[in-house]
Design a protein around this ligand. Structure first.
Ligand code: UDP
Ligand code: MG
Length: 317
């Protein structure tokens, strides 16, 4: 095998964009093959993540029409991260380098040229980083950037403004395969792999067609997943907070004892009830955070498969 590229594209209900995405990716692949940067065995691998629409039928048609297109059909919807992992784990045995990108053409396909170039120069992981978020809504921009800052403050190393558009060499993917966690947050795990890394910047556009498959609820769940599956810092913060409150309460007791010795009547039941509420809230919060980790331990202990492949269409010549 020589410089074989697989482009992995997870798809969930993407029938509106898929034909256009396929067309543009095919042209890109053809261009790179003609230029001699990648081998003829390169493929575009669509991973159907249990779509409810015609996505899989379209992928099958694409495959029949052109052997550049391959498909992986998952047994059911498992979410973006798991679908992506399924594609990466399949592709790593076929390819020398794998690029992951979304189906909606938000990631600039032309950045692929530069990624491949860097791979040829010996880089193992090339991160696609958005140069600006001008085209995002104010809300999406501030929440997303706040999320990256929070992640880094909490000790989870992520690449700023990098989503899942990246190139990984076979060696890096073999490394990724050894991370056996079920709570999957790829953009937190990939930086842990190491090797030579580089960055390619690109403008992120708007979704070509269809709706975002990441509504606010999924986004929040994803952020929580990222923080709790990568870092134990929240636990430590709680411990620190608990200790601080304990010290404060010691001073409060001392103060009250002095007042009692001085013969003053006890006043201020309001502050008392306030502190009861405060402590109650803190205990609940702490329990919640601990529960979060216990839940994760529970899931990891089960060791369920992260995805199941139902069908593969991939022409190997
Ligand atoms: N996706 C997936 N499974 C899901 C949800 C999304 O495979 O359960 C795919 C989707 O088809 C797309 C990518 O993940 O290729 C990113 O989703 P989307 O563009 O909707 O997210 P956004 O860009 O709005 O954050
Ligand atoms: Mg998108």
């Amino acid at each position: 095998m020589q410089n074989t590229l697989y482009v992995v594209v997870p798809c969930y209900n993407e029938q509106e964009v898929l034909p256009e995405t396929a067309r543009r990716l095919r042209d890109k692949l053809q261009y790179l093959i003609n230029r001699g940067s990648i081998s003829r065995k390169s493929r575009i691998l669509f991973v159907n993540d249990g779509s409810k629409d015609d996505t899989w039928a379209i992928i099958q048609r694409l495959h029949i029409g052109n052997h550049f297109f391959s498909g992986l059909n998952l047994s059911r919807n498992r979410g973006h991260q798991n679908a992506l992992l399924a594609g990466l784990m399949y592709a790593k045995d076929q390819a020398d380098m794998v690029i992951s990108m979304d189906a909606d053409l938000q990631d600039d396909i032309d950045a692929v040229d530069e990624m491949v170039q860097k791979y040829l120069e010996g880089v193992d992981i090339v991160y696609g980083v958005r140069s600006s978020r001008d085209r995002d809504t104010f809300f999406k921009r501030t929440t997303a950037e706040g999320f990256y800052r929070l992640m880094n403050a909490l000790g989870a190393e992520t690449v700023f403004n990098h989503a899942d558009y990246r190139l990984m060499s076979r060696r890096a993917l073999d490394g990724l395969a050894q991370f056996r966690e079920v709570n999957l947050f790829l953009r937190g795990i990939v930086p842990m792999i190491g090797y030579r890394t580089d960055v390619v910047t690109y403008e992120r556009g708007e979704r070509f067609a269809g709706e975002s498959k990441y509504p606010l609820k999924k986004m929040l769940a994803f952020a929580l997943e990222g923080i709790t599956s990568l870092s134990v810092k929240p636990l430590r913060l709680i411990t620190g907070l608990g200790f601080f409150i304990f010290v404060v309460s010691l001073f409060m007791i001392l103060y009250n004892v002095i007042r009692w010795v001085g013969g003053h009547t006890v006043t201020g039941w309001a502050s008392l009830s306030c502190s009861v509420w405060l402590i109650g809230g803190l205990i609940l919060l702490s329990l919640g955070v601990i529960g979060e980790y216990v839940g994760k331990l529970y899931m990891e202990a089960k060791g369920r498969p992260r995805f199941l492949v139902q069908e593969v269409v991939d022409e190997q010549d």
